[in-house]
Design a protein around this ligand. Structure first.
Ligand SMILES: [Zn+2]
Length: 598
């Protein structure tokens, strides 16, 4: 592994790090005994199986199997390299690595990301100043006034104005020696198709900086103040910005969402701002995109109920309402609220006030009532085919409900509400089911572990939890006995560290494994419950040695048998055959002796 940070330094950083605090930036953790529990950011779940152990400084998800050190967490979560993750943790733990940077190149992507964030922050300040203090910003100020967005909101959301010119931002960035190449990477400027210059992406637009949940500005939304199209222009996809991952307002809303255990999901920047301005801080917006799994996983950290606030027309939700099925797949409790025709949430709040607004939110419709309604309006349910189509629509969504009990209740409910015989509905369902169960079976089969694998895993566990046993393992079993290639590689690393330091800790091994799969395998072993209950390591090692010996004799007997058969086939020499048979019998006897010992 390209790793210029010395092993001791990595260990020091790991020791100094607060894994709970670092992971808490991404996952809402609750203490539970010695550990902390939360919802896994790497797979979809409703009950927490993501565990952080502050004592061992490891995390592990018992749902999807992800796990490792704080470095592994950042690598996976932020998609960074090991060395980058170590540096981030070092800086969070106040360990200075600057002396190492002198002799080695700093990791490009971390510094680049930081630079991009800095440029975004600079642009926020620039646009904000133009909005507040300049003559050019007047039109934007008037627009905000017209929409009743007050000064406090402008400040909270750092609103700004991009002047009506091709190079306002470019020029101030030039003056500060900000590289154009980096500037282009933020999406704030675009390189000219012809010739070699750049121009500002956002011109004559009201600017909404978009932050992630950690309050880092990842992109911008700009609303045209004239007839320019599109009316709303977002930053393009960049290293920092992916609109399927970001919810507008999440940085301001997250604490309130956590408190209310629910969130209002809207579509517009001004909707969110106006809701917050009226004290409804548990609201966020998606940005001109369908609701994605990533959005919901982000929200899952704070709540399990979503109230979708639709402008009066459903088409506004880019939905084919099928896009909303993701809520069911992710087991979110989702309700749909609809405002009166021709109102968006911002206007409605201004015109009708907060109480009426909240009344609509509280009257939100159950998702499947909404689903039946849309299906019924999509098809002509007075005809048989139309009704069948509507039922098919609703059922195909219902089948995505992962929880089988809920799914059953739902079928009953749908049968009632669509006036169909429940039994008929269930026959229809079987057709859906046939596709899914096959895949499940296949998965279980592939997960089945054999005895060898179990024994090899236990042996690794023993080597790690009781380093003194390592020499005996090498002497009596030997690394070449590991059949599983992954376990063999991990064992090799353990021995390598043992020879170097005579002390091997789990995290040391994790640090030098440069393969995600190996890392996962090792984490599985470290966190296997049965292993943790092992008290008498010597005895267990004895059992392992015995197992390996027996496995070997079986192998030898098999080989002897093969050899005997071959000899019989190939030779007429009686003596050869007898020698082979004798060898075969000896091997068989060995197995019996070993068997009786257990
Ligand atoms: Zn997980």
């Amino acid at each position: 592994m390209a790793n210029f940070i010395p092993q001791e330094k990595i260990a020091e950083i790991q020791l100094a790090s607060d894994i709970v605090q670092i992971i808490s930036e991404y996952v809402n953790l609750k203490q539970s005994g010695k550990n902390f529990l939360g919802l896994c950011p790497f797979h979809s779940e409703k009950t927490p199986s993501f565990t952080v152990n502050p004592e061992k400084k490891l995390f592990k998800c018992f749902g999807c199997g992800e796990g490792g050190t704080v470095f592994n967490f950042l690598m996976k979560q932020e998609g960074m390299e090991f060395v980058e993750a170590v540096k981030i943790v070092a800086s969070k733990s106040h360990i200075d690595l600057s002396h190492l940077n002198n002799t080695n190149k700093p990791s490009l992507s971390v510094t680049e990301k930081t630079r991009l964030f800095n440029i975004n922050n600079f642009a926020v300040r620039f646009y904000n100043k133009v909005l507040l203090d300049s003559e050019q910003g007047k039109e934007a100020r008037d627009y905000l006034k017209k929409r009743h967005i007050n000064d406090q909101s402008i400040k909270n959301f750092c609103l700004g104005y991009a002047p009506n010119s091709w190079d306002s931002l470019l020029r101030v960035c030039n003056g500060r020696n900000i590289s154009k190449n980096l500037l282009e990477k933020t999406g704030l400027v675009i390189s000219k198709k012809e010739g070699n210059g750049y121009y500002d992406r956002f011109r004559n637009r009201l600017m909404f900086p978009i932050s992630d949940s950690r309050k880092q500005v990842v992109g911008f939304g700009g609303r045209a103040l004239d007839d320019s199209l599109p009316k709303y222009l977002n930053s393009p996809e960049t290293v920092l910005f992916n609109k399927s991952n970001v919810l507008y307002g999440i940085d301001q809303a997250k604490n309130s969402i956590l408190k209310h255990r629910k969130v209002i999901l809207m579509e517009g920047y001004t909707d969110v701002i106006m809701a917050h301005q009226n004290g409804i801080e548990w609201s966020v917006a998606v940005m001109g995109t369908a609701i994605s799994r990533h959005h919901l996983r982000l929200l899952r950290q704070y709540c399990n109920q979503v109230i979708l606030l639709l402008d009066s027309d459903i088409a506004g939700w880019k939905s084919s309402d099928r896009n909303l099925d993701v809520f069911i797949e992710e087991e979110f409790d989702v309700k749909i609220a609809q405002l009166p025709k021709d109102y968006d949430p911002c206007d409605f709040l201004v015109a009708e006030g907060v109480d009426k607004f909240l009344a609509y939110v509280h009257d939100a419709k159950d998702f499947f009532s909404f689903k039946i309604e849309t299906a019924s309006s999509k098809w002509d349910t007075s005809t048989i085919q139309g009704k069948a189509n509507a039922i098919h629509d609703v059922l195909s969504t219902a089948m995505k409900m992962p929880d089988i009990i809920k799914r059953n209740l739902l079928i009953k409910w749908i049968a009632e509400h669509m006036s169909i015989d429940e039994a008929t509905l269930r026959i229809q369902l079987k057709k859906f089911n046939r596709h899914t169960s096959f895949a499940d079976e296949k998965q279980t089969a592939s997960r089945r572990l054999d005895a060898s694998f179990t024994a090899e895993r236990e042996l690794l566990y023993l080597m790690l939890s009781c380093n003194e046993l390592i020499p005996r393992v090498l002497e009596e079993i030997g690394l070449e006995e590991f059949n599983n290639r992954d376990l063999f590689k991990i064992a090799g690393k353990i021995v390598e560290l043992y020879r170097k330091n005579t002390v091997v800790r789990e995290e040391d091994v994790l640090h030098i494994l440069d393969d995600v799969q190996l890392n996962k395998t090792l984490m599985d072993i470290i966190t296997t419950k049965e292993f943790q209950h092992i008290t008498n390591q010597d005895k267990r090692l004895e059992a392992c040695i015995h197992f390996f010996k027996r496995r070997n004799s079986k192998k030898e007997r098999y080989q002897a048998k093969e050899k005997t058969l071959k000899t019989i086939m190939a030779s007429n020499n009686e003596e050869d055959i007898l020698v082979s048979l004798d060898e075969f019998h000896r091997k068989s006897k060995n197995i019996h002796i070993l068997k009786n010992k257990t």
